[in-house]
Design a binder for this molecule. Structure first.
Ligand code: AIR
Length: 280
């Protein structure tokens, strides 16, 4: 047996997590903090035991997603706040999936929160703290050299699978998955993997019966009961682990949001050749 991985050098400190090197260069230890920020870190605070909940929720869901067929960076949970993950290079493109209007979407388009979105909306943002993660389309991501078309297609397909799985998984826990953000990374073998975390920090989760918000919006909007909401999400997921899920019947894969006739270029949104480019 290998020795239990120990955290060595601090490689990176983000808003909600620290990343430590291990003796094995292929993996790193992620430590979840209680620090909370919102609105590009303009609002700061701490949420007691948020790190414990997010580590537990993320570990459980990444294990389940891996079993569902989505490659992830997750290796194993090491302790209350720590998990071992494969070392990846993060693709600086965030994928947001929206089943209902909320947050910046509701504000941007002047619609009520809760409006059901059909088709499901996929948005792309440039992961950049100084720029405040601006929205972009996939042509922009390619043109800026942030990712290539094949990677964006794969991210789209994985995001669809994650939405299928998590929608059903949260449903058995009495929660509605309103929207969420994903990040991906490239591992040492060049494989694209789901990275970062999935938790009430990165998903909007509403009580399926009452619509009560059980996610980071309680912190962002000073709604109170933040700690309790995070604990409630963990408790419900834990209590429903292993239950049968009602996955979408036709292995729904969001293809309809391409809004095209199967032409993959159109899926990338305005990915037009430059005039004259073919003559070069
Ligand atoms: N998100 C986006 N950037 C950081 C995070 N955590 C998540 C939010 C929400 C979804 O992406 O937590 O679940 C959409 O966020 P917004 O602010 O664009 O409405």
């Amino acid at each position: 047996m290998n020795a239990r991985p120990e955290p060595r050098e601090l490689l990176y400190e983000g808003k909600a997590k620290q990343v430590f090197a291990c003796d094995d260069a292929d993996v790193v230890i992620v430590r979840y903090k209680d620090d909370a920020t919102a609105f590009n870190a303009q609002k700061r605070g701490t949420v007691s035991d948020k790190g414990v909940v997010n580590n537990a929720v993320s570990a459980m869901l990444y294990g389940e997603l891996e079993a569902f067929g989505v490659p992830t960076h997750f290796v194993e949970q090491l302790g209350a706040r720590d998990q071992l993950v494969r070392r990846v290079t993060i693709v600086p493109v965030e994928v947001i999936v929206r089943n209902r209007a909320a947050g910046t979407f509701a504000k941007r388009y002047g619609v009520d929160e809760g409006l059901e979105l059909d088709p499901v909306v996929v948005e792309w943002c440039y992961k950049s703290d100084p720029l405040g993660d601006p929205p972009m389309n996939t042509a922009t991501a390619v043109a800026l050299g942030l990712a290539d078309e094949a990677q964006l297609e794969a991210m789209f397909d994985y995001a669809a699978d994650v939405n299928d799985y998590l929608g059903a998984r949260f449903a058995v826990a009495g929660l509605e998955l309103v929207d969420f953000k994903l990040e991906f990374g490239i591992d040492a073998a060049g494989e694209l993997r789901l990275a970062d975390e999935i938790s009430p920090d990165t998903c909007r989760l509403w009580d399926a019966e009452t619509g009560e918000k059980l996610d980071k919006d309680r912190f962002r909007r000073d709604l109170g009961g933040v700690e309790e909401a995070y604990q409630e999400v963990w408790k419900r997921l834990r209590d429903t682990q292993g239950r049968d899920l009602e996955l979408p019947e036709d292995d729904f894969d969001l293809d309809h949001v391409h809004l095209d006739d199967g032409d993959d270029d159109a899926a990338l949104g305005a990915a037009l050749p430059r005039p004259g480019a073919h003559d070069a």
